[in-house]
Design a protein around this ligand. Sequence first.
Ligand SMILES: [Zn+2]
Length: 208
Amino acid sequence: MLFDLHTHCKIKEFDGIVNCTFDDDFSLFPRFSLGIHPWDVDEHWEEKFAMFVGLLKNPPVGSFHDRLCAIGEIGMDKLRGGDMKIQEICFMNQLALADSYQLPVIIHAVKTINEVVTCLSRFQLSKQVVFHGFRGKPEQAAFLLSKGYYLSFGPKFNPESLRLAYQSDRMFLETDDSGMSIADVYSLAANSLSISPTDISVPGIFTS
Ligand SMILES: [Zn+2]
C-alpha cells in the first residue's frame, strides 16, 4: 500500500500517519501523530499542552504509545495562527516532548523556516524531523536536506525541490487535507520525476 506521510482523512484501509486531534478514538488508527497545530495556538495553549502531557502520561488506550509515531503537526505559521511569540513557546514545549519521548516530529512551517530551524537547533532530537506539505524553492529544500531533515510533498510542489529530496532518499508524499487520493499524489510525483509510480520508494523510518 502507498504510504501517506500526513493526512487528516480518517478512513480505514490506509497506510500512513493520521493526524489526530486530542478527542479522537486513538484505537482506530494503527499510526497517528498528535500535537497542537500552530493554527490552534491561542491564549489557551497551556491548557491544551497540559492535556497533551496528560495523554502521554496516562494514555487512554493500551497501545497508544505503539501507535503514536510522531509529534505533529507542530511548528509556526506567519499567515495564520496566534501571536508568533506564543507560537514559538508552544512549539518549543512540544519539541521538548518529542525529545523526552524520543519521537519523530512532523513540522508545519509557513514563512517560518528560519525560525523553525532555530528552534530545532536548540534540541538534539534523536528521531527524524519531517517538514510536511513542502512547497519551498530548491535552495530552501537543499538547506533543510543538508541539516538531515526529511521533506514531504502534497499535490502542489516545486519539481526541483521534489527531485532534490528524492535523490537524497528523504522524500515522503502525503495527502494532508487536499481530498486527493495518495495514489494521485504518487502519480504527480512520478510524472515530475519521470519514473513510474510503482518505482517510487519512500524512507522506511515509520514502517520498518
Ligand atoms: Zn495537515
